[in-house]
Write a protein that binds this ligand. Structure first.
Ligand SMILES: [Zn+2]
Length: 509
């Protein structure tokens, strides 16, 4: 199957920043066979069997890469507000009251992420699937959803093996003995069980349909034994896979490193062999100078999640400092119960604006052009696909989006990337091609029956809201006073950092 996208404004996003108008993109099977000015189109583009897409009124660009999100939060969009990370976590991931869903329910929940992604120009999503029961149906349901939707997905299989009370400083000493006994009695999968489940997922889904990738993801160093961290690093090396983990998203986590290991969490990850070019650290906010240096020296990546970081009051990632140190920066929405959206254009807009506050040195601000590279090539590198996706170049995967050049926000067309950041919404994304297959045409998702699917998703989501959500809230309520004490104690401490994450005076108490 070959497709010629003809006569569009092509934003190639190659290293030279080439734009072509009128330009064309020839797709053969799942790859880009040619990109160039229309008057230089090759013979192969004119063969009768080639389907043509008229792009005269379109801006054609590489599909976006959402480098960090959690589809498992999709039934909780809009459920929480005004909570910092640790107090939010116990609501969305309470130790008591988490439901066990069927594979079909996992599938339907993932579809919310898949549809929002396709509709907002995302062609690759890195879905950090947090499934506390450590059973196969979550990844199986998600993988089937992405396969049916036709969305490229890197499913990160989350892992942790430390008891709930040992994942935060002070908590074990604060919680009453009877509650502590109940918490310690909760089932906890061993490191071996989690590694073997990962191997099973990897065997079953890696490379499926040319779209799926399965990678290991220790949820956070403070939630994992050193053995589990080493095993995850070993899996990453053995299969040459990226490995993702959440680190230094909050001040509590910064205190945790010192309390648990007498060093920062980044230094601890370096000790266990995690910091390699395959490593991506999600959030990366509460960093010391040495952390930034280490991440740069080891050629690591981070994901920047401005929407989630603002909503949870986590602080601002020092993106410019990290880039100067040599760290690759990718862009994510984070989960749909923290940001609360899978629309990466919203995160792109936030990343293009957020770094302009807090400093007068405007030459250090992050531009829309730079944020766009995070949303494309930065994410491509973080997913281990730098040579496959993120730009429109011959030989790369055919992940292409077409934007409506007649959208009000593109009139007049001064600069497509700046206007995507500041002037239009994701409604301007008209069509999407992923791996050479058209999945959305003129805002109709054609890879599946979206209307029928939506009815089933809505029913499952309502069932979750009615039957499971109150039990989760009740579970959270039991532990909330103790986690609040940890939060207050940690946020009252003074830390030596490379920057001021909150860009406001430290808490006084
Ligand atoms: Zn996350």
């Amino acid at each position: 199957m070959s497709i010629l996208i003809e006569n569009g404004l092509i934003v190639t996003n190659d290293d030279a920043g080439t734009r072509l108008d009128p330009g064309g993109v020839l797709i053969e099977e799942d790859r880009i066979a040619w990109v160039g000015p229309m008057d230089a189109a090759p013979e192969a583009a004119r063969l009768p069997e080639v389907e043509t897409i008229d792009a005269r009124r379109s801006i054609v660009m590489p599909g976006l890469v959402n480098a960090h999100m959690h589809s498992n939060e999709c039934f909780e969009q809009g459920a929480y507000d005004n909570l910092p990370l640790e107090l939010w976590l116990i609501q969305s991931y309470p130790p008591f009251g988490m439901p066990r869903l069927s594979e079909r329910e996992h599938y339907l929940r993932t579809m919310i992420c898949a549809m929002e992604s396709i509709r907002s120009g995302v062609t690759t999503v890195q879905d950090d699937l947090l499934h506390i029961q450590v059973t196969p149906e979550a990844v199986d349901g998600a993988a089937k959803a992405y396969d049916d939707a036709g969305l490229r997905a890197v499913i990160t299989v989350a892992m942790w093996d430390r008891p709930f009370l040992d994942c935060m400083p002070y908590l074990r000493n604060i919680v009453p003995a009877d509650l502590a006994a109940e918490l310690d009695a909760l089932p906890l999968a061993t490191a071996e069980a989690q590694i073997s489940l990962f191997e099973r997922h990897h065997r079953r889904w890696q490379g499926h349909g040319g779209l799926l990738k399965i990678i290991p993801a220790p949820s956070g160093p403070q939630r994992c034994s050193d053995d589990l961290l080493r095993a995850a690093a070993e899996l990453s090396a053995r299969y040459d896979l990226p490995v993702h983990t959440h680190v230094l998203e909050s001040k509590v986590q910064a205190v945790t490193g010192h309390d648990f290991y007498g060093k920062t969490l980044v230094e601890h990850l370096d000790d266990v062999g995690m910091l390699t070019p395959r490593f991506t650290m999600n959030h990366a906010i509460w960093l010391t100078e040495h952390d930034i240096e280490l991440l740069g020296d080891r050629n690591c990546s981070i994901t920047h999640n401005p929407l989630s970081n603002m909503k949870l009051g986590s602080g601002v990632c020092p993106v410019r400092r990290l880039q100067e140190s040599g760290v690759n920066v990718a862009l994510g929405t984070d989960g749909t119960a923290t940001s609360d959206t899978a629309d990466l254009i919203e995160a792109f807009r936030a990343a293009s604006m957020l770094h302009k506050i807090g400093g007068h040195d405007f030459e250090q601000w992050i531009s829309a052009e730079e944020a766009f590279r995070m949303a494309t090539l930065g994410g491509a590198r973080s997913t281990g696909m730098r040579d496959q996706i993120g730009s429109l170049e011959t030989g790369k995967k055919a992940d292409v989006i077409l934007l409506d050049r007649d959208a009000w926000g593109f009139i007049p067309l001064n600069d497509p990337i700046r206007q995507l950041a500041f002037s239009v919404t994701s409604e301007c994304v008209r069509s999407s091609i992923i791996g050479g297959r058209v999945v959305m045409r003129d805002r109709v998702v054609i890879s599946l029956d979206e209307a029928a699917l939506k009815a089933e998703v809505a029913e499952a989501a309502e069932r979750f809201r009615r039957d499971h959500f109150p039990k989760m809230q009740a579970g959270a309520k039991r532990i909330e006073p103790y986690v609040r004490q940890v939060y207050e104690r940690c946020t009252g401490l003074k830390l030596e950092l490379a920057h001021d994450p909150h860009r406001m005076p430290p808490r006084q108490n």
